[in-house]
Design a protein. Sequence first.
Length: 227
Amino acid sequence: MRRIQTLGILGAGRLGTVLAQLAVAAGYRVLVARSGDPALISSRMKAIGAVAASSAQVIKESDAVILALPLGDYRVLPVEALRGALVVDAMNYWWASDGIRDDLIDPRTSTSELVQAHLDGSRVVKALSHMGYQDLEDERRPQGTAGRKAIAIAGDDPDDIAAVSQLVNDLGFDPVHAGPLSAGIMLESGAEAFGADVDAAQLRAMLDGFWSSQRGIVVARARSSQH
């Protein structure tokens, strides 16, 4: 496993800023980009110990890149620049910012699979998406702390899962492997784990119960109709 040392974040909103704070506190070098001029967030990033940079610099210098953008913008992500990169998808569909998008709520696929299809040369892992930014900010705890909260991870490559699990642990949460990237649908809006601020055992129970939940039954029916 190649350990992440420099962490890039695309998106300087509330989620991106909280993740930057957590990563700096954990000892990472952190680069953050916004959609426009990085100078506009330079002082804010400097205050938390991160570096404001262009998207190109963030991608080039980082060992892993977190996507903390509105999900509806995923098609503007630079495919060639991110080729070969470990990409952590922390995005969720939110109609207020993404608009009404039938493609982003299709139960036949997870949104992370859509991102992976767009970034066909990248290694996409779903993580840091189901817990609200305020809980992320407030709930960080050292490893081994009783009741430590958990973050689910979905991905296809064992080495990438291991690297992101280490990142999640360093940020202050217990990593829980949800399954392959397609299992990311268990972390989306409508699933019990979405918004969950619970420990590892409780999160595992939510994931294990997904297919008997209302959302899981809808997903299973939609997927079975494809065959």
